[in-house]
Design a protein around this ligand. Structure first.
Ligand SMILES: Cc1cc2nc3c(=O)[nH]c(=O)nc-3n(C[C@H](O)[C@H](O)[C@H](O)COP(=O)(O)OP(=O)(O)OC[C@H]3O[C@@H](n4cnc5c(N)ncnc54)[C@H](O)[C@@H]3O)c2cc1C
Length: 464
């Protein structure tokens, strides 16, 4: 596609080349299409320039330049969440993928990751010390983007949202300052970034807690797709009594007939229960017994290194074109299961490859005074539906159907959606209780009143 920038804008952005150590790519340059590409290949990003920053000083230089020359700034590590961004007019895209410094301190059980670090890198480095971070399902999601939006992973019901394991962030604010925000320094900023997303500055590094989880009992039970209602009902009854050491998901999955998908499931559809249990094999097997007794076609549960959890959900190992959306459910009653199966189950003709329900509750439901903007999620389940979007027609069909699923489940909706599972442009206002949003708006007004940063699910500055 032809870049939509004017020659003047491009000339102006070219001045960035003299200001940063990193790599600046402009419309028309060799490599422009690759530079502007997001992990989600269905999203056509057309910024004024892409800057592959290497240091916090680079980030500050871009911010200063953008402020002085009327540009706005968006930040991506991977572009997993590119579908949630709205427009790139007059916007410089900062890509942090070259900032890959990572330190693990096994004594204090903490990690410090620069802005471009992927979860898989943390997972593997922490595992060498018998430790685990609160990674999500996908190994190549960025640590920072995931964490700023909350972060629900396989250890969530035991250890909570990733945002609340953050100990400090280093970030560049809209006035070009490089600051460290933690409980003592810039406490309001520290509160806001833990769940408020990327509206408040460009994070250059993040420090967070690790947990002593070396092994888990984890796997998937696969049942024929036709048993969707029966299995989801059994799972929703089962989750009511599961301990916090279990985090699970119920899922309707239509595997595409492509070579990347393993032979036994390629081109087939299933209703599945995925789960991770922090405990012994014997206790895990006993916990799973009621679901195993339903007679799955395939059962992969076993003791595995915690680092193997990055494969449990079978997320795509490389960039793909996709579209999807999600919502949070207060509860999953038999009527809700019926409504879901009617629009996403056998015979529905759904173009969604996967519709999953992540079990929340446990530590995800507990609010503590020391937490950030999103301390907990007031919901029983987080739903996400996704499909392939190889062309605009497929993309439109997937988006329409994701909305159909949401509409069908609206009677059971929780008060608010979950930031990271809302993969479409959405104003931040709908994601927070009014008092939380107001506080976020006041912090936005204090740190970025001109809305220099164009983030996913933006927080609008409070007006006086
Ligand atoms: C396959 C897949 C699996 C997923 N699994 C989970 C899961 O298990 N649990 C869960 O909670 N979420 C999950 N998500 C959602 C994921 O957490 C979000 O898409 C997240 O934003 C990805 O972060 P990223 O940095 O990789 O993406 P990017 O698109 O690069 O960034 C997302 C947003 O984060 C902000 N941002 C990124 N870097 C910075 C920075 N340095 N400073 C300031 N702001 C920044 C920006 O607003 C940006 O638009 C999944 C998404 C996908 C596609």
């Amino acid at each position: 596609m032809t870049p939509i920038r004017t020659a003047d804008e491009t000339t102006e952005a070219a001045a960035l080349r003299d200001l940063v150590d990193g790599h600046v790519v402009l419309p028309g340059d060799d490599g422009w299409d690759l530079a502007r590409q997001a992990w989600n290949l269905a999203v056509d990003q057309q910024p004024a320039a892409v800057v592959f920053v290497e240091t916090a000083a680079d980030v500050a230089a871009v911010v200063d330049y953008a402020r002085a020359h009327g540009f706005r700034v968006s930040t991506q590590a991977t572009g997993h969440f590119a579908g949630s961004l709205e427009g790139f007019e007059d916007t410089i895209l900062v890509k942090t993928s070259r900032m890959r410094g990572l330190e693990i301190d096994p004594e204090t059980r903490t990690a410090r990751a620069e802005a471009g670090v992927l979860w898989e890198e943390v997972t593997l480095a922490a595992a060498e010390h018998g430790l685990a971070g609160l990674a999500g399902s996908s190994p190549d999601v960025g640590v920072v983007g995931y964490t700023l939006g909350g972060g629900v992973g396989w250890l969530a019901r035991r250890y909570g949202l990733a945002a609340n394991s953050v100990l400090a962030v280093e970030l560049v604010t809209a006035d070009g300052r490089i600051v460290r925000a933690d409980r003592e320094t810039e406490p309001e900023l520290f509160w806001a970034v833990r769940g408020g997303g990327g509206s408040f500055g460009i994070v250059t590094a993040i420090e967070f807690a690790l947990y002593p989880v070396a092994e888990v009992y984890a796997g998937i039970l696969f049942f024929p797709f036709e048993r969707a209602a029966e299995v989801l009902n059994a799972w929703s009854a089962w989750v009511e009594d599961t301990p916090e050491d279990v985090t699970s998901a119920g899922r309707l999955m239509q595997f595409p007939p492509i070579p990347d998908v393993p032979e036994p499931v390629r081109g087939r559809s299933f209703v599945m229960v995925e789960a991770a249990y922090i405990g012994s094999e014997a206790a895990g097997a006993e916990l799973l017994r009621p679901l195993r007794e339903l007679g799955p076609e395939l059962n992969t549960f076993a003791m595995v290194p915690a680092s193997e959890l990055r494969f449990l959900h079978m997320d795509p190992p490389q960039p793909v074109p996709g579209a999807g959306d999600g919502m949070a459910l207060a509860e999953l009653t038999p009527a809700a299961v019926d409504a879901l199966v009617a629009v996403a189950g056998p015979g529905s003709g759904s173009p969604l490859l996967s519709v999953e329900l992540r079990q929340l509750g446990g530590a995800v439901a507990v609010e503590r005074p020391e937490h950030g903007a999103v301390g907990h999620l007031e919901a029983g389940f987080a739903l996400f539906g996704v499909g392939m979007a190889l062309d605009p027609e497929m993309e439109a069909a997937v988006k329409v159907h994701a909305q159909t699923v949401k509409d069908a489940l609206a009677p059971w909706a929780a008060p608010r959606g979950y930031f990271n599972f809302s993969d479409r442009p959405l104003d931040g206002q709908s994601l927070y209780p009014p008092a939380t949003y107001l506080r976020l708006q006041e912090i936005k007004a204090a740190y970025d009143p001109e809305e220099l940063f164009r983030a996913s699910h933006p927080i609008r500055p409070a007006t006086t």
